[in-house]
Ligand binder design. Structure first.
Ligand code: EPS
Length: 403
């Protein structure tokens, strides 16, 4: 069983995470974690905060000579902006008067936060509900991602749309209608997407989206969008149909839905499947050499809560960022008067970053189900278990059914 916790406020001293349950001997360099942290910071439409921060993780425990020890790994990501916030965010006695925030932003956790936790200052709930926390998640999930790579599992993502602007050629649909070759890797999508300022796969599409973001900025508005995460090399048999909490699709949906501002998650053709005949929706079973496989992958690599061995394809939708420079209506809780919602430094668009965070959460969930199936205290032990399962898998099925 793997688990992780994160701690830290957006403008506090640092973010931290403790990751537990991975086997020993997984090779992981600090640069690897920092590489993914940097990817999370990128994207046209991010706010000024990203110019202040250069997110890097300091490894505090659990790794020696670039290999996991099997003990808890703890990581620290310092907030550079802390310098500007020490008085406002000090855990010590308040030394000066600090302005209280009294106007909640619709769409953020401001109003529910102060109501639920009984605060007299919205700052208290802004800090932890900020998507800054996802930096710690990306760092934690780097271990999961590195671990999965040892088994040929590769995860990548791309942005499908921002502000309702889709590409002429719908790459996500192409993924479902092809049974992708063995040479295709999830990461190859990210390699391509990372070259784009908005993480799309097509230059014309990028131009249209950037124009749309420019328009949003000019209007003091924000945008959301959709993205696609793909994991290749996932063996048949992760997850199960026996219980609600053993289903891989349910686990992935939970994981990605937990990312700030994500409002929908679908697997495979998702909502589109509901509009089709069964004959247009399911993936025909075929023989390819000695293998049993499918003509298509509309199921997105999961049937009956269990991975089929084909790429896992997940899509998600992120709502527009809640902080608007041309605000909509709210109420000042101080005097109950109708006012403009509070402005505060923020992003205009964070869909490209959200896709990177979703890659991380998908990596985490796959590693969790992978280790539940294969176990092992050392990477070598996990590999033995994995190899013995995968080598015999199809032979077993054929033997069992031979007349
Ligand atoms: C974020 C840091 C935040 C925001 C953003 C995500 O920094 P600040 O609040 O200091 O500008 O840029 O958070 C939000 C969009 C939000 O609504 O909370 C980050 O590190 O990703």
């Amino acid at each position: 069983m793997i688990r992780f916790l994160t701690a830290g406020e957006s403008h506090g001293k640092a973010l931290t995470t403790i990751i537990e349950g991975f086997p020993s001997n997984i090779k992981i360099a600090n640069d690897y974690i920092n590489f993914h942290l940097k990817r999370r910071q990128a994207g046209y439409g991010r706010g000024l905060r990203m110019k202040i921060e250069t997110d890097t993780a300091e490894i505090l425990s659990g790794i020696r000579f670039q290999k996991t020890l099997g003990s808890p790994v703890s990581l620290l990501i310092k907030n550079r902006d802390w310098e500007n916030w020490t008085e406002k965010m000090t855990p010590d006695k308040r030394k000066s008067e600090v302005e209280k925030i009294t106007i909640p932003r619709p769409g953020h956790a401001d109003l529910v936060g102060v109501s639920k936790y009984n605060f007299d200052d919205i700052r208290n709930s802004i800090e932890r509900s900020s998507a800054r926390e996802t930096a710690a998640r990306v760092a934690a999930a780097s271990i999961a991602r590195r671990f999965l790579e040892e088994f040929g599992i590769s995860i990548g993502s791309f942005v499908e749309s921002i502000g309702g602007i889709y590409p002429k050629q719908n790459f996500a649909s192409n993924l479902f209608d092809n049974n992708l070759s063995k040479n295709f890797s999830g990461w190859s999508l990210s390699e391509k997407a990372d070259k784009s300022d908005v993480r799309v796969l097509d230059e014309d599409h990028e131009k249209l989206i950037i124009n749309r973001i420019k328009l949003a900025k000019k209007r003091g508005d924000t945008l959301g969008g959709t993205f696609c995460v793909v994991a290749t090399g996932v063996p048949l048999g992760l997850g199960s149909f026996v219980h609600y909490d053993t289903k891989l699709d349910a686990e992935l949906a939970h994981s990605v839905m937990s990312i700030n501002a994500v409002k929908a998650v679908s697997i495979g053709t998702g909502f589109e499947a509901a509009e089709k005949f069964g004959s247009e929706s399911h993936d025909e079973i075929i023989k390819r050499g000695e293998l049993i496989t499918r003509k298509t992958n509309r199921a997105g690599g999961i049937e009956g809560g269990t991975s089929t061995g084909l790429p896992i394809i997940l899509r998600a939708a992120m709502k527009p960022i809640a902080t608007l420079m041309s605000p909509i209506e709210s109420i000042d809780l101080k005097n109950m008067k109708t006012v403009d919602a509070r402005r505060e430094r923020s992003d205009f668009v964070a869909v490209p970053a959200c896709a990177v965070i979703a890659e991380s959460m998908v990596a985490w969930s796959l590693a969790k189900f992978f280790l539940e199936k294969f176990g092992g205290d050392s990477l070598e032990e996990t590999k033995d278990n994995f190899n013995s399962y995968t080598k015999k898998l199809f032979n077993r099925v054929r033997r069992n059914f031979k007349g």
